[in-house]
Design a protein around this ligand. Structure first.
Ligand code: SF4
Length: 359
């Protein structure tokens, strides 16, 4: 695999058991879309997220019932929990008392400096980091006016720096930052500027990215472009839909840049005039099989014998189609020649064998 730019040097924070920044691996975050005070539903969703490789989960805390629910949720899940809070400092205090591992709150939005002081004191005591989350859609009026009435990358950075200054004045440095917009170039530029302005870890994301298909593409382009420049310490893909898909997409982004080894990877050719088998159907079935496997494994599904095994030499195991028959190969070496209708069963048996051997 080729190499991406060296990762930017940052300070680090700890969200429960997960380190962010510095030398810590880039982590994957998501956010539940259940009502947080529906403890059963929230716990079930967090467990689903953990199963697909989520490292940290954020829950909305719009009221006291949600803030208090964190205690019972924490007792039932392994993932560290971040409480997402706007405006009301008392929610932050109760969330911390209930065991939240991190806060997402913009101190400038609290208004009263005394109330910010109370949050910071509690966060310091409990060593709970705060994420400042600037969103292009809710920039402060003064900043918008200064930058021509529209959100701009410089305006987003200025907003973040103002929130940071409030915390630093209180000698609080356990900070990470996000600067999200739904505009990909604006988000990229904002993070680039921010990465030069401070050394706090950065949480990457494209906000309101959209439904599954367009959201994944926008997130992959925006988050991927930044990660390739060495910028970013934790990521969240935002999608309108099941957060499990957010985590799957985030892991694929990290895997594609060689930043994480997680679960199997399917390599499949686009097919061309040389292909004589139902490759799309086969690839779908292989994908289904791989979704049951929880370890790194590269499987190739190639359309033809001419180029298949050679093109997929890096794969652990794979198949290449032919006319009425196909090859099964392992690490580029052909190990079976079978009839087309036996291809899948032989491949699946070889996958199971390989996993068994490497246990
Ligand atoms: Fe075409 Fe064969 Fe390459 Fe697939 S592996 S794209 S069928 S040449």
């Amino acid at each position: 695999m080729g190499e991406i730019m060296e990762r930017r040097k940052t300070s680090s924070v700890r969200i429960g058991t997960v380190g962010i920044g510095d030398e810590f691996p880039i982590s994957v975050q998501s956010m539940t879309n259940t009502k947080t005070d529906n403890i059963e539903a929230t716990v079930a969703q967090i467990k689903d997220l953990a199963l697909v490789g989520c490292d940290i989960v954020r829950v909305a805390v719009p009221d006291m019932a949600a803030a208090r629910a964190i205690e019972q949720i924490k007792a039932q899940v392994e993932l560290p929990i971040i409480a997402d809070i706007h405006f009301d400092y008392r929610l932050a205090i109760v969330a911390m008392e209930s065991g939240a591992d991190g806060l997402r709150i913009n101190p400038g939005n609290i208004g009263d400096p005394e109330q910010v002081g109370v949050i910071v004191k509690e966060a310091k005591k409990r060593q709970i980091p705060i994420r400042i989350g600037v969103n292009a859609g809710s920039l402060e009026k003064g900043i918008l006016e200064k930058y021509g009435g529209h959100p701009t990358p410089a305006g987003m950075v200025e907003s973040a720096l103002q929130h940071i200054a409030i915390l630093e004045k209180l000698e609080f440095y356990d900070i990470k930052i996000s600067l999200k917009a739904n505009d990909v170039p604006m988000t990229i530029k904002a993070y680039q500027l921010m990465s030069k302005a401070v050394s706090y870890p950065l949480h990457l994301g494209i906000t309101e990215a959209g439904t599954i298909k367009s959201g994944i593409i926008k997130s992959a382009v925006g988050i991927g472009a930044l990660l390739a420049q060495g910028i970013g310490d934790t990521i969240r893909v935002s999608l309108t839909g099941d957060p499990v898909e957010e985590v799957r997409a985030a892991n694929e982004i990290l895997k594609s840049l060689g930043l994480k080894e997680y679960g199997p990877t399917l390599v499949s050719c686009p097919t061309c005039g040389r292909c004589n088998i139902e490759l799309a159907v086969i690839a779908e079935q292989v994908e289904k099989k791989l979704s049951t496997i929880n370890r790194p494994l590269k499987v190739a599904v190639m359309g033809c014998i001419v180029n298949g095994p050679g093109e997929a030499r890096e794969a652990d195991i794979g198949i290449a189609g032919g006319k009425g028959q196909g090859l099964v190969f392992r690490k580029g070496e052909i190990i079976h020649k079978v009839k087309e209708d036996e291809l899948l069963s032989v491949l699946f048996a070889e996958i199971d064998k390989l996993i068994e051997e490497e246990k």
